[in-house]
Each structure stands twice: as structure tokens, then as C-alpha cells.
Design a protein around this ligand. Structure first.
Ligand SMILES: [Zn+2]
Ligand SMILES: [Zn+2]
Length: 391
């Protein structure tokens, strides 16, 4: 294992919970950490606990008015006027409802992502992972899509201000990384790359290929909106070709990647049909680019992922295995049928509503190919070409 890697985590991060029935469930962090421990891949020496972001840090991206509203709505029983104003800030919706202590817990998530960037840019670590982060939909003055503060944007802003770094943001969540894109839309020193299911059918509706940045930032927003029911090979083809060109063109000092794993076929909120193979191959590709183009400086964040039993623990564990150069990830190349630790399966089987998978990767040979596969592949190729038009 690479000892210069950091796993940023605190069990208190699971307190980021809107309500008992909300699909965003940080129990997936507990499941992931437990899987890695039982696989012998997360010694305590790699763990680091996040410190909360200061208000000053939040204000580098968010407006004072918004932070004040979030604070007021975080009280156990906010007053009537505060509650009436929640709608103005996007915090009265079914998706992103205000909840007690949300300012405190979200500040910790933001602090975790800042801490990961600091560890990497100071040279203390080469790579850092913060799975509690990746809240990519939050806007400067509005909560949206399960996101209150945008930890990714604040951490990127930190990298710019404190280290003068040029940052490449790579968003692999099935939903467009809109909050980060709009925050840096005119900024020539931050390039945002997002591959996602087309906004024609899915929240947040943006991320069209012709959103390319504006003013000095033109050409620094890259969008690859793929078709519903896209499968592994087509997803990876689009991702790798466009990203390779983007990195070569932009020459970043730091890569910050967001790893929502809701493009998996089992995910209940979207319609992409990828398997765990994408979550093995994609981090490997980013890892190589980080070493080739920016001295290995790579910060990886979490994101969406709503099949918390069958998808998230495996996808995020694979990310850590790759990032930390754990021998298991190479073993998986030799043996794609490698089994998950039986002790993990035993421990969680009683709680999961679905039958837990027994292997790290999915048995895709037994999956039915998508009807219209050829049409989807060809539409995605066309989108890929358009995305690379200015690269
Ligand atoms: Zn490395
Ligand atoms: Zn998502």
C-alpha cells in the first residue's frame, strides 16, 4: 500500500441525514469502512478525521445570506419567519429539506474536503479520499439535490487561494455536477469535467455538451451527457477519450474527482446501466492521469449512490484500493471473480432487503444486453465528438 494516502473519515459524518426515509443515506460510509476493514485494506494509520470548515471558508463560495439562513434553519425548532424563508434558499423541498444541526454537520463535510486538499497540496500526502464529500449540486445561495454546502467547490477555491493551484474537477456522478460548474463557469484556472446521464430525462436538467464555460473560462467546462441505458464499454470510451484530451490540454496542478456511483444499473434514481467494472476501471484511469500530469496530486470525494447495500460499499472500496495501491486491486485484474470477505456478508446480510453480491465485480456475462445497444453507442460517440470540439 502507498503510505502517502489518506482516508478522511469520522463516523459523525453519517449525521448528514435529512430524515429516515430520504434516499441519501450515509450509512453507506459505515458499510464501506467495514468492508475495507474486513478486507484488510484500511489500517487505522491511514485514517484522519475532518475538522469543520470555518465560516470564512464557507463564504469563499456561499453568500453570507445563505450561510445565515442555513444556520438559522439548523436550530432544533427554527422560528416561523425563518421557516417561511426556507423556500428562497431551496431548503423546503422534499429533496433537500432543512434538518437540525445541518450547518454543523455540513461544515464538517466541507472541512473534510478542505483537509484532503491541504494534505495533498502541502505534500504531506500524495492522494486523499473523502467519501463524506461530493455535494456537487449546492449553489452559492441555494441548496439543491440533497446538497446543502458545496464541499467540492469550497475545497477547490481553497486550492486556488492558498496554493494558487490550477484545478481539474472530474465528476463521474450520474447527475450533472452543476453546482461546481456554475461556481467556476468563468474561471480560467478551474476546469470542470462532468460525465452524466443526459439532462433531458434527469435532474438537474443541465450539463448539455454546449455548456462550455464563459468569458475567460470558455472551453474550461466539459460536459459528456450520455444516453439512458448506456453500458460499461460505451461509458468508459466516452470518459477516457474526452478526459485524456482534457487533462493534456488543461495541465492541472491538482485533480479533484467526485465519485457518485449512481450510474450503476442497480441504482434506483437514474437509468444508466453500468456495472462495477466502471468503478474499477475509472479510478485506475484517473490515477494514471494524476501521476502523468500533476505529480500524483489527487483528491477523491464521494457523491450520490442510492443502492447502499449492493453498489456503494463495493464501488467506494474499489476506489480506495486503487488510490492506496492495495494489492487486492491487482489481484482483481488476475481474478475478476474474486469474492468479498465472507465476514462482511455475514455481518450485513440480516439488514439488507436485497440479496448482497458475493463478488467484488458483477457477473455481467449473465446480464441481458440492453436493447438498442448499437443506437446508444452511436449516439454517445456523436456526443463524445462534440464534447472534444475545442480540445
Ligand atoms: Zn498513486
Ligand atoms: Zn447523483
Amino acid at each position: 500500500m502507498n503510505s502517502k494516502t489518506m482516508f478522511m473519515y469520522d463516523e459523525n459524518e453519517t449525521g448528514y441525514r435529512f430524515n429516515d426515509t430520504h434516499p441519501f443515506n450515509q450509512k453507506r460510509l459505515v458499510l464501506t469502512v467495514d468492508l475495507l476493514r474486513k478486507a484488510g485494506a484500511l489500517p487505522d494509520s491511514f485514517l484522519s478525521a475532518p475538522a469543520s470548515a470555518s465560516k470564512e471558508q464557507l463564504l469563499t463560495v456561499h453568500s453570507a445570506e445563505y450561510v445565515q439562513a442555513v444556520e438559522a434553519l439548523s436550530l432544533p425548532s427554527p422560528d416561523v419567519l425563518t421557516v417561511q424563508a426556507a423556500g428562497k434558499y431551496g431548503l423546503d423541498t422534499e429533496d433537500t429539506p432543512f434538518f437540525p444541526h445541518m450547518h454543523e454537520v455540513t461544515s464538517m463535510l466541507v472541512g473534510g474536503s478542505i483537509g484532503a486538499v491541504e494534505a495533498v497540496l502541502s505534500g504531506t500526502k500524495e492522494h486523499a479520499l473523502h467519501l463524506g464529500g461530493g455535494l456537487h449540486h449546492a449553489l452559492p445561495s441555494k441548496g439543491a439535490g440533497f446538497c446543502v454546502y458545496n464541499d467540492a467547490a469550497v475545497a477547490i477555491e481553497y486550492a486556488k487561494r492558498v496554493y494558487g493551484a490550477r484545478v481539474l474537477y472530474i465528476d463521474t456522478d450520474v447527475h450533472h455536477g452543476d453546482g461546481v460548474q456554475w461556481t467556476f463557469y468563468t474561471d480560467p484556472d478551474v476546469c470542470t469535467f462532468s460525465i452524466h446521464e443526459t439532462g433531458k430525462y434527469l435532474f438537474p436538467g443541465t450539463g448539455a455538451v454546449n455548456e462550455r464555460g464563459d468569458g475567460n473560462g470558455f472551453g474550461k467546462a466539459i460536459n459528456v451527457p450520455v444516453e439512458p441505458f448506456t453500458e460499461d464499454a460505451s461509458w468508459l470510451e466516452c470518459f477516457e477519450e474526452v478526459l485524456e484530451k482534457t487533462v493534456a490540454r488543461f495541465q492541472p496542478d491538482l485533480i479533484v474527482s467526485q465519485h457518485g456511483c449512481d450510474a450503476h444499473a442497480f441504482d434506483p434514481l437514474a437509468h444508466i446501466h453500468c456495472s462495477m467494472e466502471v468503478y474499477r476501471a475509472m479510478p485506475r484511469f484517473i490515477h494514471r492521469l494524476a501521476h502523468e500530469h500533476c505529480g500524483g496530486r489527487w483528491v477523491a470525494l464521494g457523491g450520490g449512490g442510492y443502492d447502499i447495500w449492493r453498489v456503494v460499499p463495493r464501488a467506494w472500496s474499489l476506489l480506495w484500493l486503487e488510490l492506496s495501491d492495495h494489492p487486492l486491486i491487482r489481484e482483481l485484474e488476475r481474478n475478476p471473480g474474486l469474492a468479498l470477505p465472507p465476514s462482511w456478508l455475514e455481518a450485513w446480510k440480516p439488514y439488507s432487503e436485497e440479496a448482497l453480491p458475493h463478488t467484488w465485480l458483477d457477473p455481467i456475462n449473465s446480464w441481458t444486453p440492453m436493447p438498442r445497444r448499437e443506437e446508444i453507442v452511436s449516439k454517445n460517440r456523436h456526443t463524445k465528438e462534440l464534447a472534444m470540439m475545442y480540445l
